[in-house]
Design a protein around this ligand. Structure first.
Ligand code: SAM
Length: 436
């Protein structure tokens, strides 16, 4: 995990550099730069994304120093947990004790946690996950930006508002230059250091076009580019990696093959998983996960989903609620409760590797106005802000009333930063605007 602020390189071993952030050491891979001990760099998702001139770095660090330790103090205070409460049932405290000691939990134990109903018990589960989040990640929190480049999609996923089912949707597609300009603005004006480019499965963009866009962005600005274009084919993944993409956001949606087949006519779970596996082999950072609360989904499926995300080497777990869209075949179904989603985030914290990031999704933020705060206090340490140009944003309606469809990027940043500050968290990938 890397902070948005520059770090000082302490050692260099081939492509691996060890970076110091006010006494905390992190590793990063250097693919692109000539780096010596003593240089300052910014890293994202474990990759060096830019060398920072010493003077600039020292100025940023001196402005940050005090705030950095103040935030850590707040976070530490908010992430305390105690299992010494006589009212807690013994089974629960035994399982949470195991989680705190980083011992593997059995499936039946996870199912037990997932079945908790009493508010007090759920609170303890969330607090335990938050404690582990703090232990493994200190107060760092990812703040990626997402650019939704097109809402055309050739697929017929039964739940998705931009699928072919939705005939009422006004479709849009950003031109390559527009995508590049949006990324440049997100980095230069707003300070993002990691961006996800997402679209429906839109055959208009060939792999070559997408590769050109990525190369152009990488030429103009230092940024970690993550792709999220669905099943572009295994050779396509390689092309986009060569072009400079280093992350992929691709959920497998559900680990249950029959349910997957029912929800995605004509598609196979194994093809989607083959994409994620190939992306990992190529060196992409994997962001994956599933929908929570799909019609026909059992609790056991959800636990399997979290296991599968881990098996696929998820760097970031992306689990969010299914929200019914009226213009899809599942439009009359129900969405899950806030507690159910929070439980999944907490279980992901227990099951995932220590370095796993856990995202509070926009779908969750759409469902519950307090989701971001609640999620960050239940094991999550990552949020995504929407930097799609406003004229398009409302049309990327994968579900109705999508959160942040109307808010300018500045106000999303202000809101996110003030929440993070109140929780004592430091953004890892939002470089400017955070010193005030
Ligand atoms: N085409 C790309 C893909 O296949 O991964 C990315 C676009 S797709 C619309 C992004 C994600 O939206 C999907 O992985 C899915 O989980 C989520 N999604 C679609 N419809 C949804 C709904 N009704 N509620 C919540 N999430 C939804």
């Amino acid at each position: 995990m890397c902070y948005a602020i520059p770090g000082r390189v302490k050692s260099v071993n081939k492509k691996t550099v060890v970076v110091d952030y006010f006494g905390e050491e992190k590793r990063a891979i250097n693919d692109f730069y000539d780096i010596q001990i003593g240089d300052y760099i910014c890293a994202q998702g474990g990759y060096v994304i830019r060398k920072v001139p010493s003077r600039e770095a020292e100025e940023i660090l001196s402005a940050w120093k005090e705030l950095f330790f103040e935030l850590q103090e707040i976070d530490l205070r908010l992430s305390r947990v105690s299992l010494d409460n006589n009212n807690i049932d013994r089974k629960l405290s035994h399982i949470l004790d195991k989680a705190l000691e980083n011992l593997p939990l059995k499936k039946e134990e996870l199912l037990y946690l997932f079945s908790l109903e009493k508010e007090e018990s759920c609170d303890l589960l969330f607090k335990t996950a938050n404690f582990l989040r703090q232990k493994y990640h200190q107060n760092s929190c990812c703040v990626h930006g997402i650019v939704e480049i097109s809402n055309y999609c050739k697929q017929k996923c039964l739940y998705c508002g931009i699928s072919l089912h939705n005939r009422n949707l006004q479709r849009y597609r950003m031109k390559p230059e527009e995508i590049v300009d949006t990324c440049v603005e997100a980095v230069e004006r707003y300070g993002f250091q990691a961006l996800v480019l997402q679209s429906g499965e839109d055959p208009y963009y060939t792999v070559e076009m997408l590769a050109e866009v990525i190369k152009e962005v990488k030429k103009k600005i230092p940024v970690l580019i993550c792709i999220s274009f669905g099943e572009i084919g295994l050779p396509g993944l390689e092309e986009l990696y060569k072009a400079g993409a280093r992350g992929i956001l691709m959920r497998f949606e559900t680990s249950n093959p029959e349910l997957y087949h029912t929800l995605h006519p004509g598609l196979k779970l194994e093809t989607r998983i083959a994409h994620i596996k190939r992306a990992y082999e190529l060196g992409y950072l994997i962001m994956t996960g599933a929908l929570v609360g799909l019609p026909g989904q059992r609790d056991e499926d959800i636990i399997n989903d979290v296991y599968l995300a881990k098996k696929l080497c998820a760097e970031m777990f992306s689990f969010g609620p299914f929200i019914p869209h009226p213009d899809t075949p599942l439009g009359r179904e129900k969405m899950p409760s806030t507690e159910k989603v929070l439980k999944v985030l907490s279980l992901a914290r227990f099951i995932g590797k220590e370095n796993a990031k856990i995202l509070v999704t926009t779908a969750f933020e759409t469902m519950d106005k307090e989701a971001r705060r609640k999620g960050l206090l239940a094991g999550a340490n990552s949020v995504m802000l929407n930097v799609t140009p406003l004229k398009y944003r409302k049309h990327y309606a994968i579900y109705p009333e999508k959160a942040y469809s109307k808010e300018a990027v500045e106000s999303q940043i202000d809101e996110a930063i003030s929440l993070l500050k109140s929780l004592g968290r430091a953004p890892t990938d939002l470089g400017i605007g955070y010193q005030g």
